[in-house]
Design a protein around this ligand. Structure first.
Ligand code: MSP
Length: 509
């Protein structure tokens, strides 16, 4: 069985700067990528930027610059964000790159050759902000008689020559796919919405535009450019060179693919994308997971309300791993969530400073001060110690099952239960008293505690990679050993601790 695992974020529009929503999708995807690496998978993680379409063209016009200039500027900001968020991505694809344009054109040709595309005229509603065609029944009528999308975005009525993809012919095949492969779309509530949408009947999809120029010319008629979603979706296959005739090793990643997306773009990924691939006689991804949306202190996040949350500002004020922890811990993955400074501060002070930080600080600095920084040997495993080992084993098993189901926040909850047990062990055994009357036990309790902290450091790696590495480095463990299966065999005895500093600072509210 291949151990390849390919996971993607959506590619981000470059009309504007990144906000918390982009950071969230990326951090959650990074969590899963890192977790699968710890399990021993050969992981490929792709992110990137979506650079064509009317929305980008208009944003460039407003700045009086060429679209490609805007793309270069803003794509760089998104690329820099991958570093600021400490993402483990192997690739960052831009839709203006040659390799992407070639792949998108290849998919178009395959669809065209299979008679899946025909010329017609589109008359109907279009939303520039989400680059999506709408049926009137899916829009919300305003008091003045105009229409808006469900998220409140404006739509315009357009009529233009366009190629259509025969989406309507794929309804049954798609419904078969959803029923024969119940895990194709998650969570279940979102899956049901998609099924209802497809059951209500699919129209053929307009897949080219002629009223503006910023896009990939269709290879069969240069006066049309590809609809930006057909163009963009192929980024997933283009990043691994799947869309061409050449054999190459990267293609193997297409056997095990997960797309992480926000709920607003599930339809494009769970309906249009598999339909394109089926029609082109290409293989499908294994899974689409749709996460929820963040609000800011209870309010919808929007530019007009002026409450857009800048991830860099949060990172600068509170720290990267604190931000990552909060995003992943606060809200069940798949649900909507609310960002509030108080909630962030509470999480930092209680879960990070009190639970994890104190445990590390107290035990490690005791070794530093009393034992000249040398980690003692585990000499005895009684009931209490064996129970801790058992908790670790259970966490490995249950944790893996939870992450397989994308229940990231439940995984973190279990890790914190485990941290609680190690804290209790340390407190109940009172090493500061043992030091005076039972030196053997004193050394054993410290050795066991540090050994469990080493496990904790590996468990938290996908959540807080920096803190995880910092703890392991203090213990003299190099990053190359980062695999769950190495947890048991890493022997700390005799390692010299490097300087122990506070991992987290308490935040005043
Ligand atoms: N370019 C398309 C995706 C093409 S993929 C082939 C796009 N880009 S986007 O920049 O608008 O959005 C990217 C991601 O950010 C989506 O997954 C979206 O759900 C997410 N978010 C945008 N605002 C959000 C929140 N307020 N909360 C959580 N995520 C949200 O769509």
């Amino acid at each position: 069985m291949s151990n390849k695992y390919y996971i993607t974020t959506p590619i981000y529009y470059v009309n504007d700067k990144p906000h918390i929503g982009h950071a969230y999708t990326s951090v959650a995807t990074d969590f899963i990528a890192r977790f699968m690496s710890l399990k021993g998978y050969d992981v490929r993680f792709q992110t990137g930027t979506d650079e064509h379409g009317l929305k980008i063209q208009k944003a460039a016009e407003a700045k009086k610059i060429e679209p490609i200039e805007l793309c270069n500027q803003n794509s760089k900001i998104f690329r820099d964000l991958t570093v600021s968020l400490n993402l483990s991505n192997n690739d960052f694809i831009r839709t203006t790159e040659e390799r992407h344009i070639d792949g998108a054109s290849y998919l178009w040709k395959r669809l065209y050759e299979r008679n899946q595309i025909y010329l017609g005229e589109y008359t109907g509603w279009y939303s520039i902000s989400d680059e999506t065609f709408y049926n009137e029944k899916d829009l919300v009528k305003q008091n003045d008689g105009s229409f808006k999308t469900v998220t409140g975005g404006p739509v315009e009525w357009i009529t233009e020559k366009s190629y259509f993809f025969k989406l309507s012919e794929w309804s049954n095949k798609l419904l078969d796919l959803y029923s024969s492969n119940p895990n194709f779309i998650s969570p279940a509530s979102k899956r049901n919405e998609v099924i209802k949408f497809v059951e209500s009947g699919l129209n053929d999809l307009s897949v080219s535009r002629t009223s503006f120029k910023w896009g990939i010319k269709t290879p069969t008629n240069e006066s049309h450019i590809m609809y930006v979603w057909l163009d963009a979706l192929t980024c997933y296959t283009n990043g691994i060179n799947y869309l061409n005739e050449n054999e190459n090793a990267m293609k193997e990643y297409w056997n095990n693919v997960v797309h992480i997306v926000g709920k607003d773009i599930l339809r494009h990924h769970a309906v249009y994308w598999p339909a394109f691939l089926l029609a082109a006689e290409l293989d499908l991804p294994q899974k689409i997971f749709a996460h929820g949306w963040w609000t800011n202190e209870g309010n919808k996040i929007s530019k007009s309300l002026g409450n857009v949350i800048d991830p860099i500002e949060i990172i600068n004020n509170y720290g990267l791993d604190q931000f990552r922890y909060f995003l992943l811990r606060e809200v069940p993955f798949g649900n909507d969530g609310d960002f509030s400074k108080n909630a962030l501060i509470n999480r930092i002070n209680s879960d990070l400073v009190n639970d994890l930080g104190n445990l590390c600080q107290r035990s490690l600095s005791m070794i530093e001060k009393r034992l000249d920084s040398t980690i003692p040997q585990i000499t005895n495993k009684g009931n209490e110690e064996l129970l801790l080992d058992k908790s670790c084993e259970e966490l490995l098993m249950k944790g893996s099952n939870l992450v397989n189901e994308f229940k990231i926040h439940d995984y973190i909850r279990l890790v914190w239960e485990y941290i609680g047990k190690v804290n209790k062990y340390f407190n109940d055994n009172k090493p500061w008293e043992l030091e005076k009357n039972d030196n053997d036990k004193f050394l054993n309790v410290l050795a066991v505690t540090v050994d469990q902290i080493k496990n904790i450091a590996i468990f938290i790696h996908p959540i807080m990679p920096d803190v995880s590495i910092k703890i392991l480095q203090i213990m003299g463990i190099s990053e190359t050993k980062l695999l769950f299966e190495n947890m048991k065999t890493i022997n700390l005895h005799g390692n010299k601790l490097s300087r122990v500093n506070h991992l987290f600072n308490r935040v005043q509210s």
